[in-house]
Design a protein around this ligand. Structure first.
Ligand SMILES: NC(=O)c1ccc[n+]([C@@H]2O[C@H](COP(=O)([O-])OP(=O)(O)OC[C@H]3O[C@@H](n4cnc5c(N)ncnc54)[C@H](OP(=O)(O)O)[C@@H]3O)[C@@H](O)[C@H]2O)c1
Length: 257
């Protein structure tokens, strides 16, 4: 049996990773801020799949939270074989409407926590000669899409860069870039989703199935749906000005503050 640690495991894409990995027989370390919800999730996954599910309450927007998860990832007696850096969120508003403290919180969760946890895991996995890290970014990383897209662009560049540095070490790193996925994300960010056409929505379980297949194939970048693969292909050859006009608006209507 191997062990996977998932940040942001209680909802959306993280919960889909937890369901799928538990069904495949992996033990889990579940990380989020809501202890009660983590406990319910651990009990359900244990009862349904007979796996061990540990809970770790941590706020990845704090040094203490990051350090607690890094310590668990580095624990060589209870090795973590797969790390999924999934926790993330969107701020409620466009650039300059969002307080700087919230922008910095996003960088802490999306970038600093991902850097520190990936490094803790990679160090320990390299010592064992095997292991995997999946960092959840977004197709927003490839588009002019506010500070959210900028933070996710960092996740893409970081993951693909260090995947090369660790080639041949037995440690696989992959960045996962989904498009719009039906989760709690948009409601939490106060984003109106009426303008997003139905065909653009992805299912979290299907995203995870495609991602794990890409990881098994040794890919360092996963865009887990043919529609978004095609869209990102078009985006590459579209002039930035035109692309920004469309992509910076889609799904970014915010409700009253
Ligand atoms: N949904 C989309 O359309 C979409 C598209 C592309 C990429 N993504 C990315 O996918 C990832 C997962 O998002 P989702 O859509 O599944 O969102 P979600 O349903 O809102 O789930 C977010 C998860 O992250 C946890 N979390 C949030 N802030 C945290 C913090 N400071 N410390 C620890 N845990 C925290 C939440 O639990 P607690 O609140 O209990 O901490 C929850 O388990 C994010 O990185 C997001 O940027 C989402």
């Amino acid at each position: 049996m191997t062990t996977a640690l998932i940040t942001g495991s209680t909802s959306g894409i993280g919960a889909a990773f937890a369901r799928r990995l538990a069904a495949d027989g992996h033990n889990l370390v579940l990380v989020a801020r809501d202890t009660a919800r983590l406990g319910e999730q651990a009990t359900e996954l244990h009862d349904r799949h007979g796996i061990e599910a540990e809970v770790l309450t941590a706020d990845l927007a704090t040094d203490e939270g990051i350090e607690a998860v890094a310590a668990r990832v580095s624990d060589r007696k209870h090795a973590v074989d797969l790390l999924v850096n999934n926790a993330g969120f969107g701020n409620k508003g466009l650039y300059l409407d969002v307080p700087m403290a919230d922008e910095l919180r996003m960088l802490k969760v999306h970038c600093e926590a991902v850097l520190r946890l990936t490094s803790a895991a990679a160090e320990s996995m390299r010592g064992r000669g095997r292991g995997g890290v999946v960092n959840v970014a977004s197709t927003a990383a490839f588009l002019p899409r506010g500070t959210y897209g900028a933070s996710k662009a960092w996740v893409v560049q970081f993951t693909q860069g260090v995947a090369r540095d660790l080639a041949g070490s037995g440690v696989r790193l992959m960045v996962l870039c989904p498009g719009f996925v039906r989760t709690e994300f948009h409601e939490r960010a106060g984003m109106g989703t009426d303008g997003i056409p139905g065909w653009m929505w992805l299912d979290a379980d299907k995203v995870v199935t495609a991602a794990l297949a890409d990881l098994a194939r040794g890919k360092s970048l996963s865009i887990p749906d043919p529609r978004y693969k095609a869209l990102m292909g078009v985006a590459k050859v579209t002039p930035r000005g035109l692309l920004g006009g469309v992509s910076s608006k889609a799904g970014r209507r915010y409700g009253p503050k």
